[in-house]
Structure formats: structure tokens, C-alpha cells
Ligand binder design. Structure first.
Ligand code: NAD
Ligand code: GLY
Length: 342
């Protein structure tokens, strides 16, 4: 088993345990939040925690206020108290919604996370961002609250459909765009991108990288904005298509690498290699809706600081990124090109 701790300023300590079978070390859960697919596959595992279970419908479209309040109602009905432990068992959707429910109930209960998707293991379960989508905007309502413990158990990856591996690769390629060593490792193992053994060996390095960023800036006041690389464009497509988060991150990385090449000083060969990696992970080229219909979604992005400007975290060189503030009209024009460059 490997272990690391995130002890960031003004945050509760978060301990992350990594290894096959590590989630069997969980001694206590007073309430479990999961989704319908995970419950179907791992119902026996969940039953071992011997706690009331809230099963949400699987899918991003259920990461909303209706599910959040149903979860809170179930927590009340279970007589949950402030000192109790809420355990989120599932992918990033369950983790984001479960973390928010745990943070809101009685102004905060103990929160433990067991991520079961590749995406949640390398990214969503680490760092304390919780949220629901609201009124057509991704992650509009949420809080920062670190889980007290995260149990990253790669044995759950074996039941993931290929598409979910692809989604996890979205955030893995994003981390590679920020960290030179992670980039080299992916480029040198291109042929093994979908190989579970290789991915298992990749998860902890990704967690270490993300933890190093969160330790410096848990509340996204500075350094943590790097983790939004490709995400402004990803969020635009996520709510307007049936593509999932990780797939949209791959589209976002490709699109924003193109934008970077036009607006920043970049290393062209490096950006080509990064886009090739993202395309390899993405597989089939998705059909995207017209830029005019989706670009307005970028106006309400949390990362924007000015009204008619869209903020983008773009890759520029190996291990380097830039924050680009694009006038809205220019961003819309760039999105029109995205369909052509994918
Ligand atoms: P998800 O939670 O919807 O899971 C994807 C699918 O896999 C679901 O159908 C789920 O039921 C199924 N599943 C989960 N575990 C499984 C397993 N072991 N075997 C078989 N099926 C399994 O999606 P995701 O990709 O895990 O997460 C995406 C969400 O995470 C988005 O809402 C995104 O905004 C959020 N996110 C949050 C952060 C953060 O820092 N909080 C970071 C990245 C992404
Ligand atoms: N997934 C981006 C972040 O955690 O900041």
C-alpha cells in the first residue's frame, strides 16, 4: 500500500491510501452514497459496510439539486449525526454530489471517498472540490471540502467499460500536459494507453502530481487553475452533447492547444505530440454541435474574471501552461474551428 497526505492551509487533513484491496481497510461508514451501476456490480461489497445506502441514478444528468436534496433527505431519515461518516462509493459524479451532501448536512459530516472509475481515482476524488450542475451550468453550486480519507483501490477498474477508461485518460493526458515526466511516460508507452496494468501503475503518479498542486493552493486562488487546462472548452461541450466529462476534456485539450498555437509563444512540435496523445485516447472523432449554440455556455464559466472575456488554461510547452483571456467573440470564432481540427 502507498499513502500520501494533503495538509493544505485552512483545510482539514486528507489522507489518500492506494493499493489493491485497500478499501477493505475501511472500518466504519454510517451512510453510503453510490449510483445504480456501481450498486448493481458491487452490491455485496456495499452490504459489508452495514450502513444505510442512498443509490442515485447513474449519470451526469443526475448530478443536480433534485438528487442532492433526495440524498440529504435520506441522511436525515437515517438519523445521521454530525460526527458520522458519509462514504461516497463510485465515480466522479457520486464523489462530487456525495461530497457536497456531506459538507452541507449539519454544516459538515466526516467524508470518506472510494473512487471506482479511473477518472475519479486520478483526479475527482483528490483535492476537495464538490459540486452539482445547476441551471445548465457545470459545477455551478459546490464547496471546497477535503475528504478525510480516500481509498484508491485499482481492483475496481477491472469492471469499467472501455469508454470509462477513455474518460479517465482525459484527466491523465491533462496531467501530462502540465508535468513533463508524466508526459514522457505516456508518450513512451503510447501502445499501452488502454492497458489496465499500465494504467494501474500510472494512477499513483497522477495522484501525487495533483496532490502537489492542491497542497500549494487548495482553494484555486492561484496555482490550482493549471488543473483547468482544456476544461473551459470541455465544460462547454459536456452539457450540450452526450459526450462524457473525460471525452470532453480530450476535445478541450486538442481545441485549446490549437488556440494556444495562435495566441501564445509555443513549442509547435510539443503541441503536436500532445494533440496526438489526446487523439489516440479519444479514438473516434466525435460530432460536435455548432459553435454559436454552445459558445454562450462559456460566458458563465467560474474561471472568467471579466464579463465579456473567456479564461482558458492552455498548454504551451513541455510542462508549461498559460492563462489566456480571450474576448468572447474571439473564443466563439475559435470554437468554430474546433470541429475542423479534431
Ligand atoms: P461517473 O461518475 O458518471 O462514472 C462513469 C460511469 O461509470 C457511470 O455510469 C458509473 O455508474 C460507472 N461506474 C463507476 N464505477 C464503475 C466500476 N468500477 N465498474 C463499472 N462501472 C462503473 O463519471 P466519472 O467519469 O467517474 O466522473 C465524471 C464527473 O467527475 C463529472 O461530473 C466531473 O465534473 C467530475 N469531476 C470532478 C473533479 C473534482 O475535482 N471534484 C475532477 C474531475 C471530474
Ligand atoms: N479537477 C480540477 C481540480 O480539481 O482543480
Amino acid at each position: 500500500m502507498k499513502e500520501l497526505t494533503i495538509a493544505a492551509d485552512r483545510c482539514e487533513e486528507s489522507r489518500i491510501f492506494f493499493g489493491r484491496g485497500v478499501s477493505s481497510r475501511i472500518e466504519r461508514a454510517d451512510f453510503v452514497i453510490t449510483d445504480s451501476n456501481v450498486n448493481r456490480i458491487y452490491g455485496d461489497r456495499i452490504a459489508q459496510w452495514n450502513a444505510p445506502v442512498f443509490v442515485m441514478e447513474a449519470g451526469e444528468e443526475h448530478k443536480n439539486e433534485k438528487t442532492l436534496f433526495s440524498a440529504l433527505e435520506a441522511m436525515k431519515d437515517a438519523g445521521l449525526m454530525r460526527g458520522d461518516t458519509v462514504l461516497a462509493f463510485g465515480g466522479g459524479v457520486v464523489g462530487d454530489l456525495g461530497g457536497l451532501a456531506s459538507a452541507l448536512y449539519m454544516r459538515g459530516t466526516n467524508f470518506v471517498s472510494v473512487p471506482t472509475t479511473l477518472l475519479a481515482q486520478v483526479d475527482a476524488s483528490v483535492g476537495g472540490k464538490t459540486a452539482i450542475d445547476f441551471r445548465g451550468v457545470k459545477n455551478l453550486v459546490g464547496v471546497f471540502r477535503q475528504p478525510s480519507r480516500v481509498y484508491v483501490d485499482c481492483s475496481y477498474l477491472s469492471t469499467l467499460p472501455d469508454r470509462e477508461i477513455r474518460c479517465g485518460l482525459g484527466e491523465i493526458v491533462k496531467h501530462a500536459a502540465l508535468d513533463g515526466a508524466l508526459f514522457d511516460r505516456l508518450v513512451n508507452n503510447k501502445a499501452r494507453l488502454f492497458d489496465l496494468r499500465f494504467l494501474e501503475d500510472t494512477v499513483f503518479g497522477n495522484i501525487e502530481y495533483k496532490a502537489s498542486v492542491v497542497r500549494r493552493d487548495a482553494f484555486e486562488a492561484g496555482a490550482r487553475v493549471c488543473l483547468n487546462l482544456g476544461h473551459t472548452t470541455a465544460h462547454v461541450y459536456e452539457l450540450a452533447t452526450n459526450l462524457s466529462h473525460g471525452e470532453c476534456v480530450l476535445v478541450g485539450i486538442i481545441a485549446e492547444a490549437e488556440i494556444a498555437a495562435r495566441y501564445c509563444e509555443t513549442d509547435g512540435a510539443y503541441l503536436e505530440a500532445l494533440k496526438a496523445l489526446a487523439r489516440l485516447a479519444l479514438g473516434k472523432t466525435p460530432k460536435l454541435p455548432a459553435a454559436e449554440t454552445v459558445a454562450p455556455l462559456a460566458r458563465l464559466d467560474k474561471k472568467n474574471s471579466e464579463k465579456d472575456t473567456v479564461a482558458l488554461t492552455v498548454p504551451v510547452k513541455r510542462g508549461e501552461y498559460k492563462i489566456l483571456q480571450l474576448p468572447y467573440e474571439a473564443y466563439e470564432k475559435e470554437l468554430k474551428l474546433t470541429g475542423e481540427i479534431l
